[in-house]
Ligand binder design. Structure first.
Ligand SMILES: [Zn+2]
Length: 423
């Protein structure tokens, strides 16, 4: 079956300029990209005013299965991803039980294959994510794990982390760090600063993240491992990574949309949808992170999609769990806040949320070009997205965008020759 996407604006990672073109697709491949393509018998889809961009890849996603299927399953997680224009994800290891054996890696990948997206998984660095004993890293890699991380907790023991990095280097696996010194963060539920003092909430100081980050950078330099720093939230932290990159450390890093869009003053209403870890920092941190995204210090954007039940999130601020959903809101929120205002162009999204995350795992990017794989999004910048319970496919609705409207709508998602979303 042939489909002709007529008269769209094609985005690429190479230029902020969009290219007007038709895109002809058959059997999952792009047969042609150009002006006024004639294709007899093709279904014609009018894309006037729409942006066509390569589908996104999100390497930091909590799919919650096994163990917390009341929050999300791999199946609902995949539906949420599609709703946000994301066709590849990397599940994190902090399920129950943690993904810390080859058997569990295989089990979640088997479930992932039943979805319409590419579901990959990380394996844990240590057994049970307890920082006591290494997990079987080689066996997990052989079973298909593409990253190792104890995410949401650091490996507290520096010597154990050093050995893990040596394994990661030898197996050529990126090791992802959630940076936090537990003694400094203990009892904290938001960023430590003027707002936490006035609200009377326990603080997580910026230095808790930064000290651990400096340790991990130094260990990566020492071992030669590929280190990936998750959800950097502070100015000092991103500056340390910028310096480390200049020094030749093999480090990559990610930013989550919420750390660009919100700051600690949003916690003022005690809304638990602004509670995440690392916490929302200061406007000065936001500005430094945005600058680092634009100058290329950040390699990738990730959602850190972290579903929780309404029951848990309706608890008081101090008791509610950390984390918000993000797969469905990431692209419209970045469009609404940045692209539509001219802060950066579509090329940044394609590079940082589609091409580079795939390259980080040596997967091929999916540019919209003749002969390529048809794996792209049709995005309507003139329409809006309202994040109602009905609109969202995630099992959980813990997002600050709940019932809010953002400019821009993911209208269609194409993968493997199929429109896996069309509205
Ligand atoms: Zn996370």
């Amino acid at each position: 079956m042939k489909r002709l996407y007529r008269n769209g604006q094609i985005a690429s990672e190479d230029s902020p300029k969009l290219t007007a073109a038709d895109v002809l697709v058959e059997d999952g491949r792009i047969l042609g990209v150009g002006l006024r393509i004639q294709a007899e018998g093709a279904e014609v889809i009018d894309c006037t005013g729409r942006i066509l961009l390569p589908a996104l890849f999100d390497l930091h996603v909590h799919a919650r299965e096994p163990g917390s299927e009341n929050k999300e399953t791999i199946a609902t997680c995949a539906e949420a991803a599609i709703n946000g224009g994301i066709t590849g994800i990397v599940m994190q290891s902090n399920t129950s039980p943690a993904i810390d054996t080859s058997g569990l890696v295989r089990a979640v990948l088997d479930l992932g294959r039943k979805t319409k997206i590419a579901v990959h998984t990380a394996g844990a660095i240590t057994k049970g994510r307890k920082s006591e004993e290494l997990a079987p890293i080689g066996a997990m890699k052989a079973a298909g794990a593409i990253m190792i991380t104890d995410n949401d907790v650091p490996v507290h023991n520096a010597q154990l982390l050093r050995i893990a990095m040596e394994y990661a280097r030898n197996f050529d696996l990126p090791l992802a760090s959630h940076c936090e010194v537990k003694e400094l963060s203990a009892g904290g539920v938001m960023h430590e600063g003027s707002v936490s003092y006035s609200l009377g909430l326990g603080g997580i100081p910026a230095c808790s993240e930064e000290i651990c980050l400096e340790r991990d950078l130094r260990l990566a330099q020492f071992t030669g491992a590929r280190l990936h720093i998750q959800h950097v939230s502070t100015k000092i932290g991103i500056n340390a990574i910028r310096r480390a990159k200049k020094d030749g450390v093999r480090v990559t890093c990610e930013v989550a949309p919420h750390h660009l869009l919100f700051d600690h003053t949003h916690v003022g209403s005690y809304d638990t949808n602004y509670k995440m870890n690392p916490p929302l920092r200061t406007p000065e941190d936001n500005a430094a992170l945005l600058e680092a995204l634009i100058d290329g210090t950040f390699d990738v954007i990730t959602s850190d999609h972290a579903p929780h039940t309404e029951f848990e999130k309706n608890n008081d601020f101090a008791s509610a769990p950390f984390g918000i959903t993000g797969l469905e809101t990431a692209l419209p929120s970045l469009f609404d806040h940045f692209i539509s205002k001219g802060v950066f162009g579509w090329d940044l999204i394609v590079k940082r949320y589609s091409a580079e995350p795939r390259r980080l795992f040596k997967f091929d990017p999916v540019p919209i070009q003749k002969g390529g794989t048809a794996e792209f999004i049709v995005f309507n910048p003139a329409a809006t997205s309202t994040f109602t319970r009905d609109f969202m496919k995630s099992k959980s609705i813990n997002t600050p965008f709940l019932n809010k409207t953002l400019q821009g709508l993911v209208e269609r998602v194409i993968r493997n020759g199929e429109e896996i979303l069309s509205r």
